[in-house]
Design a protein around this ligand. Structure first.
Ligand code: AMP
Length: 282
């Protein structure tokens, strides 16, 4: 596996791949890899001849006071895990390589980014959209693989690709969870043992709302209340939002029909965790 740190080196390898007529899948990450990330790599292998990944903790998607400085970083471990999955190239640029000077361009998708995480992390999805667009232009993949864990991010990237006619396809892979239901996340490393156990409330709350849908509940606000009430039962968790939205538009689903995305964000100690479930409405 090649470890590449410059845009020029990625471009030159990409040219060779194109000449060889090989199809490329790409998995962008912030590193501190877990089985969720590796599921994306495995899906990429099914969809293309080669899979490349990036590890870049993107400063522009963190607000001042968020965890940019202490975000877990372990490139050696990431590299070994990816090599074990048969990846052929890992792009791990420095911030200076990606942003030699402050970026003047803004990519914003107000209707999709206004609610949920976008409401609580102003500017976050601008940072995400910009880095993803830049990575797409550098890597030029045929397909890019994202996780359903970050459903709002996936919806935003999908729409950006459509609106701006990026010549690639977006594939979304279901959330990988621990045995007790907790969604795998690099930020789970921040949790101590009692917090790790409290964090399972996110998944439980979503499960209960999904059960309410199956039981006939269609009112979005009532589904949000089910999530909020379950989170409130866990003393170590503080709710940030409970939402029932349309999975593509991210707009509130006043009355659930078709499919509804149930989403939750909560703090456990100082750690902000998110999770979601998409439910078919009978
Ligand atoms: P991150 O490194 O957190 O930026 O995540 C990189 C990619 O991995 C994103 O597309 C995430 O949605 C995806 N991802 C993170 N956690 C999981 C998970 N538990 N299951 C599936 N995909 C995930």
């Amino acid at each position: 596996m090649l470890l590449v740190t410059t845009i020029a080196a990625v471009r030159s390898r990409r040219e060779e791949l194109r000449r060889e007529g090989r199809r490329l899948a790409f998995v962008p990450t912030m590193g501190a890899l877990h089985d969720g990330h590796l599921a994306l790599v495995r899906r990429g292998k099914e969809l293309a001849d080669e899979v490349w990944a990036s590890v870049f903790v993107n400063p522009t998607q963190f607000a001042p006071g968020e965890d940019f400085a202490r975000y877990p970083r372990d490139l050696e471990r990431d590299r070994a895990l990816l090599a074990g999955e048969g990846l052929t190239l890992l792009f791990a640029p420095s911030s200076k390589e990606m942003y030699p000077r402050p970026v003047a361009t803004v990519i914003d998708l107000p209707p999709l980014a206004a609610g949920l995480c976008g409401a609580q992390r102003p500017g976050h999805f601008r940072g995400v959209a910009l880095v993803v667009a830049k990575l797409f232009n550098i890597v030029q993949p045929d397909v890019a693989v994202f996780g359903a864990k970050d459903a709002q991010q996936a919806a935003i990237v999908r729409r950006m690709v459509e609106d701006l006619a990026f010549p690639l396809r977006i594939e979304v892979v279901p959330t990988v969870r621990d045995a007790d239901g907790l969604a795998l996340s690099s930020r789970n490393a921040y949790l101590d043992a009692p917090q790790r156990s409290a964090a399972t409330v996110l998944h439980r709350a979503l499960d209960q709302a999904a059960a309410a849908v199956r039981g006939g509940e269609r009112r979005g606000e009532a589904l949000e209340a089910v999530i909020a009430e379950e989170v409130a039962r866990e003393a170590m968790a503080g709710l940030e939002y409970a939402a029932a939205v349309h999975p593509d538009s991210m707009l509130p689903a006043a009355t659930a029909k078709g499919r509804v995305l149930l989403a939750v964000a909560a703090r456990v100690g100082a750690t902000r965790l998110i999770d979601n479930l998409t439910v078919e409405v009978p």
